[in-house]
Design a protein around this ligand. Structure first.
Ligand code: NDP
Length: 256
């Protein structure tokens, strides 16, 4: 087994589901000490039970819309493990609302969770990452790189994540901190169902996605987890400011 994260401390948001859960599994197998964040305590506890590494795995339950909660999350990670090597900003939401009918509350919600929280958590983590020459991985989306109708606020929030990644890379490089983003295409998780999509509509969306992704299939959380783990590892020591597509070729196509 590859233990390349042995001795490393990772703070991972949105570990209670989907891509975050797969990333937690991968990092734990690779020897990392983990502060796993989620809103659902029940699913986090189930995950911790499966990981079977109680001395290396701590759980933190809370809502990332709350700035005071974000501060506590980083502070408690340092309290628990004494340092921070990697921050993974994975938690996020999607929602559809055409521009003509979009409530500004919808826009604020999207920006708060998908963009403000990663920026704030990164700010809070910087003094700790500077001490460890650590790094940040942001989970963006193909929707940060390409335009899609009906999900404008989501697209804007993820484009913000990409540009945040690039700007922060320039500011943080002199401190020895790297920051990168991954841009997945459609991945089979609870993201769309959590946004209110019905099971039937989601099945139709997955079916349609086999035609919109040139490789003819959607992605699995484990595939994205592996890219996140590579970027956060020492193997990626000369990579910063990058936004990496992992989407079966989706970003090379036009919206349809
Ligand atoms: P899931 O819905 O399966 O997981 C989302 C995670 O974010 C959950 O752990 C959820 O916590 C957490 N979360 C959501 N809102 C909040 C909040 N207000 N406060 C704290 N935590 C919150 O989706 P994915 O795994 O697919 O999503 C992970 C990331 O991947 C997101 O940033 C998403 O935008 C991105 N992405 C996903 C794609 C896809 O097709 N699935 C494609 C491209 C990008 P809980 O469940 O405990 O409430």
């Amino acid at each position: 087994m590859n233990r390349q994260f042995s001795g490393k401390v990772v703070l991972l948001t949105g570990a209670s589901s989907g891509i975050g859960m797969a990333t937690a599994n991968h990092l734990c197998e690779s020897g990392a000490s983990l502060m796993l964040h989620g809103r659902s305590g029940e699913r986090l506890k189930e995950l911790a039970g499966e990981l079977q590494a109680p001395e290396r795995v701590k759980l933190h339950i809370g809502d990332l819309r709350d700035a005071a909660y974000r501060t506590a999350l980083v502070a408690d990670t340092i309290k628990a493990f004494g340092k921070l090597d990697v921050l993974i900003n994975n938690a996020g939401i999607i929602g559809s609302a055409p521009l003509t009918a979009m409530d500004m509350g919808h826009y604020d919600e999207m920006m708060n969770i998908n963009l403000q929280a990663p920026i704030h958590l990164t700010q809070l983590a910087i003094p700790h990452l500077e001490k460890t020459s650590g790094n940040v991985v942001n989970v963006s989306s193909v929707a940060g790189l390409r335009a899609f109708p009906g999900i404008m606020a989501y697209c804007v929030s993820k484009a913000g994540v990409d540009q945040f990644t690039r700007c922060a890379a320039l500011e943080l490089a002199p401190k020895g901190i790297r920051i990168n983003a991954v841009n997945p295409g459609v991945v089979q998780t609870k993201l769309h169902l959590n946004s209110g999509m019905s099971d039937e509509a989601y099945q139709a969306f997955l079916e349609h996605s086999t035609t919109t992704h040139p490789m003819g299939r959607v992605g699995q959380p484990e595939e994205v987890a592996q890219l996140i783990c590579f970027l956060s590892s020492t193997q990626a020591g000369w990579i910063t400011g990058g936004t990496y597509s992992i989407d079966g070729g989706r970003a090379q196509t036009c919206a349809r």
